[in-house]
Design a protein around this ligand. Structure first.
Ligand SMILES: [Zn+2]
Length: 238
């Protein structure tokens, strides 16, 4: 709760908060994308080898579980590492502020002067920020870190596992269609979903929407074609 108060007190309205939320949303869309493509590849590949709904569903559920765990683990490791290095530079900053406040004040003033303020104004800004909360002022201006808003690795891990699972459920449900149509139904459902996640993801990342969407669609189609072919060949051989 301390951190929430910190965010309210220190970040500009509509500034960092919105960007951070869009980042989370974008990570969620990318996670869902991964879930759709991975599990679609698995169930289409197994469906090419067998008509047994039980076997196909088992493979799909196992793929979902493995993918969700692996996404969570990867996200946990990457966010933890990032947070460790942020904490390390924040600790250095805190020590510098305690040991040489005069130099640090001059440093902060220089940053604001570098941003285009006149020397007198930059000095006044630096002094007022230092008086209010020197540590946060330095963390934000010098390091670009909001010390009250470091990403929680558990939260990141959970949300990526969740978004992967939500995406994976789509091909898993589609493949339960009657045997004669299960592959075409799954391919159609997956491509339709990828068109949406591709476009939304590009939109959130401010990338060109059409190019990103086509890339995602081609990638998904290739994944399913590849595993279908492999599943078919293995099905014949075994
Ligand atoms: Zn500093």
């Amino acid at each position: 709760m301390q951190s929430e108060q910190g965010v309210v007190a220190h970040s500009e309205p509509h500034g960092n908060g919105l960007a951070a939320r869009l980042n989370w949303l974008r990570a969620g869309v990318l996670g869902a994308n991964d879930g759709i493509v991975s599990v679609a590849g698995i169930v289409v590949g197994v469906a090419a080898a067998t008509t047994s709904a039980g076997v196909i569903a088992t493979a799909g559920v196992a793929g979902l579980a493995a993918g969700a765990v692996s996404m969570a683990l990867g996200e946990y490791v990457s966010v933890s590492t990032q947070r460790d290095s942020e904490r390390a530079v924040l600790a250095v900053e805190r020590r510098e502020l305690a040991e040489m406040p005069e130099q640090e004040l001059a440093e902060l003033a220089a940053i604001y002067e570098g941003k285009g303020l006149s020397p007198a104004t930059a000095w006044k800004v630096a002094e007022e920020l230092t008086e209010n909360d020197a540590f946060t002022a330095h963390a934000e201006a010098e390091l670009g870190i909001d010390p009250s808003d470091l990403t929680n690795p558990w939260q990141a891990a959970l949300s990526s596992a969740l978004s992967f699972t939500l995406g994976a459920l789509l091909p898993l449900l589609a493949i339960l269609a009657p045997p004669a149509v299960r592959v075409p139904v799954t391919v159609a459902a997956v491509l339709a979903a990828l068109a949406v996640t591709g476009a939304v993801g590009a939109r959130l990342g401010e990338a060109p929407v059409w190019r990103a969407t086509i890339r995602v669609l081609v990638g998904g189609a290739l994944a399913m074609a590849t595993t279908y072919l492999v599943g078919h060949l293995v099905g014949i051989a075994v």
